[in-house]
Structures are given as C-alpha cells and as structure tokens.
Ligand binder design. Sequence first.
Ligand code: UAG
Ligand code: ATP
Length: 529
Amino acid sequence: MTSPQGRLRPHAPTARRVTDLAAAHGLAAAGAPAADVQVSGVTVASGDVAPGDLFVAVRGLTVHAARFAAQALDLGAAAVLTDDEGLSHLADAGLADRVPVLLAADPRALAGPVAAWLHGHPADRLVTVGVTGTNGKTTTSYFVDAALRAVHPVTAVLGTVELRIGEESIESPRTTVEAPVLQAICALALERGAGALTTEVSSHALALGRVEGFVADVAAFTNLQRDHLDFHGDMEGYFAAKAALFTPAHARRAVVVVDDDWGRRLATEATVPVETVATHVGAPGADEADWAVVAADVGLDGVGSRFTLRGPDGTTHEAASPLPGLVNVSNAALAVVVAHAAGVPLGTAIAAVGAAHAVPGRMERVVERGDGLPLCLVDYAHTPDALVLALEAVRPITPGRLVLVLGSDGDRDRGKRPIMGEIAARLADVVVVTDENPRSEDPASIRAAILEGVRSVRPDLHDVVEATDRRQGLLDAVAAAHEPDTVIVTGKGHEPTQEIAGVFHRYNDRDVYLEAQRRHRAGTAGLPA
Ligand SMILES: CC(=O)N[C@H]1[C@@H](OP(=O)(O)OP(=O)(O)OC[C@H]2O[C@@H](n3ccc(=O)[nH]c3=O)[C@H](O)[C@@H]2O)O[C@H](CO)[C@@H](O)[C@@H]1O[C@H](C)C(=O)N[C@@H](C)C(=O)N[C@H](CCC(=O)O)C(=O)O
Ligand SMILES: Nc1ncnc2c1ncn2[C@@H]1O[C@H](COP(=O)(O)OP(=O)(O)OP(=O)(O)O)[C@@H](O)[C@H]1O
C-alpha cells in the first residue's frame, strides 16, 4: 500500500518520455524498448509505486531495491532506473525484458534530479529554505515558516513533526523525505498556490542523497553537537555531511549561527555567500558576526524572551522568542535573519517570529501551573547539549523543584547515555529514569547506563526513581509534584509512538500529562493507572 507521504503528488503530473529522460541525464538504456514509454512519477520505494512511475532501484545499506522490482512492476512501474547490480537482479528474476531499464553508476544521486526534471523543477518556482544542524531544526523551521506566511498566503513546512502544505498536514515518516517525494511535494505545493517551502535537512538526508536536485534559496545552520555517530563514525564525518548543504549544489546563500566552533568553521568553508549570526550575548567574536544578539531577557514573563538583534548596518531591533530559554532566542534570531534573506521585510519577520505558535513537542506547555498542578512541559532534547540547555531554560521559570523524566533511545549512540544521566543529576532536583524507544535493546540495560551517570553525581540516588513504564513514571512524577514545581519530560517530543522490540505502540507524552491532569481533578492521582 502506498505510504501517506507517497501519496503527496501533483494531481496533474506531466508525463514525459523515457527516451527524453535518458537523453537529458546521459543514461544508457537496457531492458525492453523505451520508444513509446512515458513516466509521470518517481519513487525509490517499491511499495509506493503508482502507475506510470519510474522505479529508482538503489543499492541500500541492507538490500538492493531491484529485489523488489516485481512488486514495483505489479503496481504499474513504467520503467526502472538502476545500476549494473540491479540489472542482474532484474535479469535473474526474468524481469529485464519486461520493462525499459535505465542504467547509472549511482542511481540514488539521480532520483532527485530526475524527479525535478520530470515535474519541471518546481522548487525553482518557490522560495525555499533548508534548515540543518543537530538541534533546533524543527523550532527554527516553524519560526521561519511563521515569517514566510506573513508574506506568502500559502506555505509548506516539512520536517520531523509533520508534512504540511497550506492547512493540510500528515504525520512525517522522518526528518527529511526521500528525494522524489520532496520534488513531488514541491509540485503539489505549487498546484495549491504555495509561494514558499521550508524543509528540515538531516545529516542522513545529506549523506543519502535525499536533497540531490534540490537547491534551497537559503540554507540555515543552527549548531553541531554530538549525535548520530553510529551513522557518521565521528564528528568530522558528521560535519562533512552537514557542510554539503552549504555548497552551490544545494543552496544559493546561507545563514550560519557562529556560536560554536563548527559554525565558525562552516562560515569559512561554505562555498555559497554566508551571513553569520552570533546569538550568545557578549560571546567572543560576536562583534565580527553580521548579525548579533546584543541583549536578552529570558523568561521574564514566565514563558518566552525578549532580545535585541544588531544588524550588519549596526542598527538594533527589538525582537522576541515565543518559547522559553536562550536556545529559542538563538532559533528566533536565526529564523528572523533567514526569513529576511528569503525576502521577508525585517520588521515583518521579527513580528511574525515573536508571535509564532507553539511548536509541537518543543518546550510545549501542556499543563499550566495552577490549581495544585505543576507546570508540565514536553521537550524533544535527546542529546547531552540539548538536555543541558533545556534544563537551564526551565530553571528560571521554576520557583519550586525541577522534575526531569528522561530515557535514551535504543539502537542509537550508546555513549551519550551516562552523560545524559550525569547532566540530569546535576541540573534537575528529581530524576525519573525511564524508557524512550528501546527498539531491539534490553530497556533495563539502557536505564542502567543512564543510572551509572546519575550515580557519578548522586551516589546515594536520592530523589532518583527508575520507572520501567514511561506512562506510569510520568503520571507518578506529576502526582508527586507540587504547584511551584516544573515537570519536564524529554526525548520523545511530538512522537506519537514508542518503539519496543520492533512494535510501535501508540504513546505520546502530551496525552499522559492530560491524563495526569484529569486524574488530579478527579482526585485519583497517585493511584495505579
Ligand atoms: C540509515 C538510513 O537512513 N537508512 C535509510 C536508507 O536505507 P537503506 O539505504 O539501508 O535502504 P535499504 O533498507 O537497504 O533498502 C534499499 C532500497 O530498497 C528500497 N526498498 C526496500 C524494501 C522494500 O520492500 N522495497 C523497496 O523498494 C528502499 O526504499 C531503499 O531505497 O534509505 C531508505 C530509503 O531509501 C530509508 O528508508 C532508510 O531510512 C531508515 C528507515 C531510517 O530510519 N532512517 C533514519 C535514521 C533517518 O533517516 N533519520 C533522519 C533524522 C535523524 C535525526 O536527525 O534524528 C531523517 O531524516 O529522518
Ligand atoms: N538552538 C538550539 N540549540 C540547542 N538545543 C536546542 C536548540 N533548539 C532546540 N534545542 C533543543 O533540542 C530539542 C530539539 O529541538 P528541535 O526539534 O527544534 O531540533 P531538531 O534539530 O529538529 O531535532 P531533531 O532532528 O532531533 O528532530 C528541543 O526540544 C530543545 O531541547
């Protein structure tokens, strides 16, 4: 069955001849004669093939997609683009002479450009923004989108939380969609009258060719912190993947936050024009940045922050972040500069970012402080640095105790677990260690690794709880907290499921808070759920 994102296609696609496609991209032809065959869509996933598609069969990290060609043909694929290995799989399955086959050394790199060609380069008729960095991509994208919406009646925003075109939204499969899906969404967005599109660009997407054929008008960089080393090997590899966005193949110009060494390095190594933004008040080098946050009042109203942004001409502008913490001053400042670079007047961008709505699962206030209940926040921090920043953001708006509920993902970077535990014990008053997405790992051993870090700071484990069930752990944490306290649950953000041993269970931290609120009002808080 076609996936939801696979159905995001233009309603009136253009059909083009396979022979023209081969000529335009210098591809050799094999298989059945292509003379009268046309294609009207592109996909890299056999299950997402629609009649008339070109099936791009790539060698994956685990399997060659040509092994699924029979399914693609059953679903109506009109042609296949693959490599020599893919052609032999087709031949072995007796399919090579049933369908025109185009050959390329690296079909993965061609999926995007071919889709862009087929749809008439739709991204070139939109104002496009690509946001990368370890943390802050989603928040910054929503802030940028808020500013673009002030100018363009219809916009699209694609990322970890959702794929949204205008007011229509579907759950997102991951941070950055596959290359042909991105092009099809651009074409659909144009059909729906969109003027601008913002997409998060993950390092996986850059490494796996998901933005080939896509050139953002403005590429944005938030920061680089330890993450995804399981995939990239080391920080150099991770940086190199991110840096690929800041080249003419993927961007026309760039805005780079230069608060960390990686940002400063990127600003000098990028091969497109760069505007730099310093977002830490008084940090060394801030004077040299094109834009700088020169004053910030964090959380004065118990929510967001006000800040002053100095522009390249030396003028200063009063601006605001609608979400708590200095990290969101950073995201808001970046978003203002990005939106301005994308054609939004500065004053309009500042006003729109300051008034942006909550971002799902990012410092999201689910239960407000009052009626005996603590302030209850959901946040997506799942790296050591993000956790520090999230807890530092919450402390100034917490008159009582700071209660943290956290876990760490299974089948992902193991090294960060004790570091997260150490940070939790240092910066929170009460620590509840529970499960995130254990995936194929034993949840108890993940918790043990976090607790090892907790113990390095609090050997007696006072005010530390181990909860084998995330929902119960969160319910108990809220029930035990008092009105001046803040409960923050990190790691899963907006995620609608919890992945345990290959099964995705419906689960959302927000829903658990609302349940805790109902139980508090009904007088059943603290009883077993
Ligand atoms: C590590 C990684 O990113 N892997 C991605 C990669 O997998 P792969 O190359 O190993 O693919 P494979 O499983 O060997 O399959 C090879 C090819 O066969 C195709 N296939 C496979 C099975 C089938 O039945 N039919 C079929 O056509 C696949 O579409 C693929 O093109 O290419 C596949 C599609 O081409 C992706 O589905 C897959 O994403 C996996 C599912 C994934 O979870 N990726 C995550 C880690 C990811 O990309 N995350 C980032 C965000 C990270 C963050 O910042 O947190 C993201 O952008 O979401
Ligand atoms: N600029 C920032 N610097 C550091 N941490 C941040 C920043 N912005 C947000 N965070 C923290 O990182 C978490 C994730 O934020 P956000 O979803 O905006 O980033 P992301 O890059 O989209 O993350 P992911 O790719 O994992 O979805 C937030 O919940 C917050 O704790």
